[in-house]
Each structure stands twice: as structure tokens, then as C-alpha cells.
Design a protein around this ligand. Structure first.
Ligand SMILES: NC(=O)c1ccc[n+]([C@@H]2O[C@H](COP(=O)([O-])OP(=O)(O)OC[C@H]3O[C@@H](n4cnc5c(N)ncnc54)[C@H](OP(=O)(O)O)[C@@H]3O)[C@@H](O)[C@H]2O)c1
Length: 300
């Protein structure tokens, strides 16, 4: 079902550009007769990208230029208030230490009143945002979400914090729509949000390190870099597909590692390198670090 038309303003760096790209790509795809896919309920009609540097204006325009609907994106430099005033929904995608300075801009709190504010700030809780905004209950509508960089290819795994009861279903549906345009959405309890930040937000970097290391090994054994990278990435995608469809990782391991085979030799080498504790610790460390991001000093 198609919903209302909305204007989305976003603080648009790397992630914001990825999300806008994903939404624009999805609009292009759905206007093409050959591709039929369900669309989220909310249709965003116009976009405002807020940045604060001349180079960022050029970078955002350049990255979005390829999309049919790029003319529906206005890029504003140091004009956050103008951007927010136009919007129905504001995507807070600045760095976590900058949101307070943005709220402190003259007129900003007023402009945000009654609007849906979707935060992707790592480590910053809904309560922190609400208290930085001040005001009475019901004055600001904040939804916390954590997508990942795969928004660029519309394959993000986004977690949304199950909101407090005061948020209407229609606002929540609008927030969810943003991320449905760019991938899968899961709802999670506030208490697990930091670990989900590590699992969904940080893991693309972790997986990339693993692929990069595999490519090094393959190149060392004579494969060229480009082929090794594509093969490793597609193999990871195929494995991920099986696991996402319910196959147990241990089952995959047992199936591939035949007696006296080469895979078991490789698995033993992984165990010798303490791969499990290294990977688990990376996740634990990222979770703990995510929890601390919101309490960093605010920069202007
Ligand atoms: N990158 C990821 O994969 C990822 C995943 C999940 C969540 N996140 C979260 O998403 C947020 C953004 O991450 P990112 O990697 O996209 O960072 P980024 O590339 O540094 O983008 C931050 C953006 O905010 C803009 N900005 C900052 N302060 C501003 C201000 N006062 N006025 C206007 N614009 C302002 C910056 O503008 P300029 O470019 O002009 O400086 C930039 O466009 C972070 O909070 C991060 O925790 C990121």
C-alpha cells in the first residue's frame, strides 16, 4: 500500500548518502516495468541533505547524480534550520558527538517539534536525545535505529528499538519505511541495542577484514587479487544466504569438512589462531564501545 508523501531531511555523510541512494534506487527500480517489488508504506517525495562543508555538498551531489530522482534532493550547506523546517521526518545521521550542537542552533528545537526524528547515532539512547531536546512528553517523536553500510546496495540489516507506547503506529511505520527501502528491519529491546549495533553496524567491517585476509592467502597461493576478492565475497554471500534461511553454522561446518579433507586442515588452522575468541572479543569490545559513544564530549 502507498502511504502519504513525505519530505525527509537528513544529515548526510557516508551513511546518510547510502540511505538516500538506497531510497532513490528503489524509486528508480519501482518505476521500471521489469522489476516488481513491494514498496514500504511511506513514499518520500523530496529530500533535503544537510551538510556543513563545501566539499560535502559536491560529494553528496556527485554520489546521488546517477539517480533519476536526484533533482528531488536539495543539498544545504550550514542551513540545518531551513532543512529541518521543510521536513516531515528528520534523519539524524551526524556523528554522535554533534547532535547536541545541532539541537542548540537557534530555532532548532522549535522546528523539530511534532516531527518524527529518526536517530542512527551509535551509542546515543532515545532518552539522551529526548533530554537533549528537552520539552514535555509528546513534544518530540524519536525513533532509534541502527542500519549498516550495506544501505548502499539496499541490503542493510537495520534494527529499530521497540519504541515507547506514546509513539503512534503511523510514525513508527514511517521510520520503518526508511529502512525497508534499503534492506531488512528487525525490532529489538532497548537493552540489546548496543550488541545489535555491533552485530549489524560494525560487522560489515569485521567481515571485510576476514575477506581481505582470505584474499591475501589466495594471492599468496597464486590467485589474482580481483578474482580472489570476487570469489571470496560471493562465497560469503552464498554461505550467509544458507544461514539466513535457517541452516545451522555447525551443520555447514560438518558438511563441508569431510574426513581427512582439506577443509578440516583449514579449520584446525583457524582454531590454532583462536579465531572464535578473537571474533567474539571483537563483538564484545564493539558492544562496550558503542555503549560509550553517546557519552563522549559534545563538539561544536
Ligand atoms: N557509517 C556506518 O556504517 C554507520 C552505521 C550505523 C550507524 N552509523 C551512525 O551514523 C552516523 C553518521 O555516520 P557516518 O559514517 O555517515 O559519518 P559521517 O560520514 O562523518 O557523516 C556525518 C554527517 O553529518 C554532517 N554534520 C555533522 N555535523 C553537522 C552540522 N552541525 N550541521 C550539518 N551537518 C553536520 C556531516 O557534514 P560534513 O560532511 O559537511 O562534515 C556529515 O555529512 C553516526 O552517528 C554513526 O554512529 C554509521
Amino acid at each position: 500500500m502507498f502511504g502519504d508523501l513525505f519530505i525527509l531531511s537528513a544529515f548526510t555523510g557516508s551513511l546518510g548518502t547510502a540511505i538516500l541512494s538506497g531510497i532513490l534506487a528503489s524509486r528508480n527500480a519501482s518505476s521500471s516495468a521489469s522489476e516488481e517489488q513491494p514498496r514500504p508504506g511511506t513514499t518520500f517525495e523530496r529530500f533535503v541533505a544537510c551538510v556543513r562543508r563545501d566539499e560535502a555538498v559536491a560529494a553528496v551531489k556527485d554520489k546521488l547524480a546517477a539517480y533519476e530522482d536526484a533533482s528531488n534532493v536539495e543539498v544545504l550547506n550550514r542551513q540545518n534550520l531551513k532543512g529541518v523546517k521543510q521536513a516531515d521526518t528528520v534523519l539524524l545521521a551526524c556523528q554522535p558527538e554533534w547532535y547536541q550542537a545541532i539541537f542548540d542552533e537557534p530555532g532548532m528545537r522549535r522546528a523539530l517539534e511534532g516531527k518524527l526524528i529518526v536517530s542512527v547515532l551509535a551509542g546515543v539512547t532515545t532518552q539522551q536525545i529526548q533530554s537533549a531536546l528537552g520539552g514535555d512528553e509528546g513534544q518530540y517523536f524519536v525513533v532509534r535505529a541502527m542500519p549498516n553500510t550495506a544501505c548502499f546496495v539496499r541490503d542493510s540489516t537495520t534494527v529499530i528499538e521497540t519504541p515507547q507506547s506514546s509513539l503512534s503506529q503511523s510514525l513508527l511505520a514511517t521510520a520503518e519505511s526508511i529502512f525497508r527501502y534499503v534492506g531488512q528491519v528487525f525490532y529489538v529491546k532497548p537493552s540489546t541495542f548496543n550488541v545489535c549495533t555491533a552485530v549489524c553496524g560494525s560487522s560489515p567491517a569485521f567481515f571485510s577484514v576476514i575477506i581481505d585476509a582470505m584474499v591475501d592467502g589466495a594471492v599468496a597461493m597464486g590467485l589474482n587479487h580481483a578474482d580472489a576478492l570476487r570469489m571470496a565475497a560471493f562465497t560469503m554471500r552464498g554461505t550467509a544466504n544458507m544461514l539466513a534461511n535457517g541452516r545451522d553454522p555447525r551443520q555447514v561446518r560438518f558438511e563441508v569438512a569431510s574426513p581427512a579433507g582439506s577443509t578440516m586442515q583449514g579449520l584446525l588452522a583457524l582454531e590454532e589462531g583462536k579465531v572464535r575468541s578473537v571474533v567474539s572479543n571483537a563483538l564484545i569490545t564493539a558492544t562496550t564501545a558503542a555503549a560509550g559513544l553517546g557519552s563522549k564530549d559534545q563538539r561544536s
